[in-house]
Design a protein around this ligand. Structure first.
Ligand SMILES: [Zn+2]
Length: 248
C-alpha cells in the first residue's frame, strides 16, 4: 500500500482490503485516537469501505467558511484571531455538516465516520442529542509508538504530500514521489511538542472513553502495526458491534 496522505488522494481500499467492503449497512461510527494513531487514514478507509461520509471537524469548518454560513463566519472570527473556537460554535458547524452530508434529521439519516469530534464531554453530550451511534472505536497506540511514527514524518515543501520514512517512505529518500520536491520534518513534530499535545488530548478525551464504555459503545482497537492490519481490526470491531445490535 502506497498511502501518501495527500488530501486529494481518493481513499485506497482496493487490493488487499477489497474483501472488507460492506454495502448493506451504514454504521454511525465515532473514531477516537491520539495524534499519530492513524485516525485520519483509517477514517478515510472506513468511509470508503462502508460507503458513508468521512466527517471531520476540519472539513466541516472549511465547508462552513467556504459557504459563508452564519456559523462559518462566526468561526472565522475566532480562527483569524488565533483563538480556540467555542464548543457551541463547533457543535453548530458539525450539526450543519451532518445534516448536509449524512442526512441528519431527514427521513433517511445515513451512516458516517466522525473523526476529530467529539473532543470533550460537552461536545459528546451535544452529539448524543443529535444522533444515536452504533460504535465508538478507540484506536489505541502507545506513546513510544506515536513518537516513533511522528519522528518519521516528512512533508513535501512544494505539494504538501506526506510520507513516513518508517512505513510509507518515498521512492527516493528526501524527494517527493509526486513532484520531486524536497521532503522536510515539520517544526511542531519535535518530541517535546508531541508529548505536550498528547497530554492535552488525554486530559480532554479520557472522560469520553469512560462515558462511551458505560454506554456499551466503546471498542478498543490495537492501532500498532501496518495501516492494513489496523483497518482489518477496526472493521472486525464495527462488525462485532453490528452483531451485538442485531441481538438486542
Ligand atoms: Zn511534492
Amino acid at each position: 500500500m502506497t498511502g501518501h496522505n495527500n488530501l486529494n488522494d481518493a481513499p485506497q481500499v482496493g487490493g488487499a482490503l477489497a474483501h472488507l467492503a460492506v454495502t448493506d449497512w451504514a454504521p454511525r461510527v465515532v473514531l477516537l485516537g491520539r495524534q499519530g494513531s492513524g485516525k485520519g487514514t483509517q477514517a478515510d478507509r472506513l468511509a470508503a469501505l462502508y460507503h458513508v461520509p468521512h466527517i471531520s471537524t476540519g472539513e466541516a469548518f472549511r465547508a462552513a467558511v467556504r459557504e459563508g454560513t452564519e456559523l462559518g463566519r462566526t468561526a472565522q472570527v475566532y480562527m483569524d484571531r488565533g483563538d480556540l473556537v467555542p464548543d457551541d460554535v463547533t457543535v453548530g458547524v458539525l450539526r450543519e455538516h451532518l445534516v448536509k452530508e449524512a442526512g441528519l434529521g431527514s427521513g433517511h439519516p445515513g451512516g458516517f465516520v466522525l473523526d476529530g469530534f467529539p473532543r470533550n464531554m460537552s461536545q459528546a453530550v451535544a452529539l448524543g442529542e443529535m444522533t444515536g451511534l452504533d460504535v465508538v472505536v478507540n484506536l489505541d497506540v502507545s506513546t513510544e509508538e506515536v513518537l516513533r511514527r511522528i519522528a518519521g514524518r516528512r512533508v513535501c515543501l512544494d505539494c504538501k504530500a506526506s510520507y513516513n520514512v518508517v512505513n510509507d517512505a518515498p521512492k527516493v529518500a528526501g524527494t517527493c514521489d509526486h513532484c520531486g520536491g524536497q521532503l522536510v520534518q515539520r517544526d511542531d513534530d519535535t518530541e517535546e511538542a508531541i508529548r505536550r499535545r498528547l497530554q492535552l488530548y488525554e486530559s480532554e478525551t479520557a472522560p469520553l472513553v469512560d462515558w462511551y464504555t458505560e454506554q456499551g459503545l466503546l471498542a478498543t482497537v490495537d492501532a500498532s502495526g501496518s495501516p492494513d492490519e489496523v483497518t482489518e481490526r477496526t472493521v472486525q470491531a464495527i462488525e462485532a458491534a453490528r452483531r451485538r445490535e442485531a441481538l438486542r
